[in-house]
Design a protein around this ligand. Structure first.
Ligand SMILES: Cc1cc2nc3c(=O)[nH]c(=O)nc-3n(C[C@H](O)[C@H](O)[C@H](O)COP(=O)(O)OP(=O)(O)OC[C@H]3O[C@@H](n4cnc5c(N)ncnc54)[C@H](O)[C@@H]3O)c2cc1C
Length: 303
C-alpha cells in the first residue's frame, strides 16, 4: 500500500526504515514509512494520502528527544529536517524554517550580534523540534524571543499564529500533536558580540563537564519537578551506574540514560521504571517524562 506513497512524494520516502538511524539514541525498530517532504506542497500530499488511506502520521525533527519502541512505528513518520531550511536575517528580525538545525540558528544569530539564544548552543535538534518542546538551557528558552509561527494542520491548511496565542511552559507547548510547525519568526535584541561569544563558550564547557556527551542519549529523560533536579533525585536514590542490558544511568548525569552500544528500547524502559519507582518510594515524587515515547502501547507508557 505504501509503495504508492513512494511514487507521489517528491522528497525522500523510505519504507520499513529503522528508526535507530533517525534518533540520537540510535534505538528504534522500523517505521512503515519515513518521509522528508521537499516543500509545503509535498507535505500536503503526504498528509492528504495518509488521511485518504487512514494511516496515522507522526512528526519528527531530528529525533533527539525521542525513544522509539523496538517494534517501530506503524504509520508514516514525517520529518522536516534537511528541507524547510530558510534562514533570513533582517536587522533584529529572523525568519527560519522548521528544518534548520537549532545550532545553526544560534551561531548565525551570534554572527549578526543578536543575543537571547546563545545559551541554547549544544542542544541538538531542529528549530521545529525545539519550539514544540520549548527547549531551554542555562536560563534561556526558545520561546522567549519568538514572535510568530506558521503551522500546517492535518487538513493541509497553513495559518500564522502569534507567539502570544500559544502557551509555552517548561518543556511543553499548547500545540496539538497534529500541528506541524513550518516556519518561525524571532525578534532578538542586539547584543555585545564578546559577551555573546563568552556565553557560548561557557555553555559549551558546562555541557562538556556535566553531560555524558560521549554516549548516545536523548538528553534528560525526565522533566525537573518543581524545585529540584530530576538528576539529583535519581542520584540520591542511589541509581547512578544502574544497568539494563546495554543501557546505563549515567554516572556523570543521573537524568541521562545512555546507550552504551546496541541498547534496545526495552532496556531504557526498564531504567525508566526503576527510576520512577525508586524516586517515588524514597521522596514521594512522581517523575514526568521529558522524552517522547513513540510506537509503544499505552500500558507501557503509563505503567
Ligand atoms: C545530548 C543532548 C542534550 C540535550 N540538551 C537539552 C537541553 O539542554 N535543553 C532541552 O530543552 N533539550 C535538550 N535535549 C533534548 C532535545 O535535543 C530537544 O528537545 C530538541 O529541541 C528536540 O529537537 P528535535 O528536532 O530533535 O525534535 P524531535 O526529538 O525529533 O521531536 C521532539 C518533539 O517535537 C515534535 N516536533 C518536531 N519537529 C516538529 C515540527 N516541525 N512541528 C511540530 N512538532 C514537531 C515531535 O513530534 C516530538 O514530539 C538534549 C538532547 C540531547 C541528545
Amino acid at each position: 500500500m505504501l509503495t504508492e506513497l513512494k511514487q507521489i512524494v517528491s522528497g525522500s520516502c523510505l519504507l520499513n526504515e529503522p528508526m535507530s538511524r533517525h534518533t540520537t539514541y540510535g534505538i528504534g525498530g522500523p517505521a512503515d514509512a519515513y518521509v522528508i517532504p521537499k516543500d509545503t506542497d509535498d507535505l500536503r500530499t503526504v498528509l492528504s494520502y495518509a488521511r485518504r488511506m487512514n494511516i496515522p502520521t507522526v512528526f519528527l525533527g531530528s529525533g533527539s528527544n525521542i525513544l522509539v519502541s523496538d517494534l517501530g512505528i506503524r504509520g508514516i513518520v514525517i520529518s522536516l529536517k534537511k528541507e524547510f531550511s530558510e534562514l533570513v536575517f533582517d536587522k533584529n528580525h529572523v525568519s527560519v524554517g522548521a528544518g534548520v538545525m537549532l545550532g545553526k540558528l544560534v551561531k548565525e544569530a551570534a554572527k549578526h550580534r543578536l543575543t537571547g539564544c546563545e545559551n541554547l548552543i549544544g542542544i541538538p535538534g531542529t528549530v521545529g523540534g525545539a519550539i514544540f518542546m520549548n527547549a531551554g538551557a542555562y536560563g534561556q528558552e526558545i520561546s522567549v524571543h519568538l514572535t510568530s509561527l506558521d503551522i500546517m494542520n492535518e487538513n493541509g491548511s497553513v495559518n500564522t499564529f502569534s507567539s502570544e496565542s500559544i502557551k509555552f511552559e517548561y518543556r511543553h507547548t499548547s500545540l496539538s500533536p497534529e500541528s506541524i510547525i513550518l516556519r518561525a519568526e524571532f525578534q532578538f535584541p542586539a547584543g555585545d558580540i564578546e559577551t555573546i561569544q563568552k556565553n557560548m563558550k561557557e555553555t559549551g564547557l558546562k555541557r562538556k563537564s556535566s553531560q555524558p556527551l560521549n554516549f548516545r542519549s536523548s538528553g534528560s529523560v525526565f522533566k525537573n519537578p518543581d524545585d529540584v533536579a530530576a538528576g539529583y533525585l535519581i542520584d540520591k536514590a542511589g541509581l547512578k551506574g544502574t544497568r539494563s542490558g546495554n543501557a546505563l544511568i549515567s554516572e556523570k548525569h543521573a537524568n541521562f540514560f545512555v546507550n552504551t552500544g546496541n541498547a534496545n528500547a526495552k532496556d531504557i524502559i526498564n531504567l525508566i521504571h526503576i527510576a520512577r519507582t525508586s524516586v517515588k518510594n524514597k521522596f514521594d515524587i512522581d517523575l514526568e517524562l521529558e522524552i517522547t515515547l513513540l510506537g509503544f502501547n499505552s500500558e507501557i507508557i503509563s505503567a
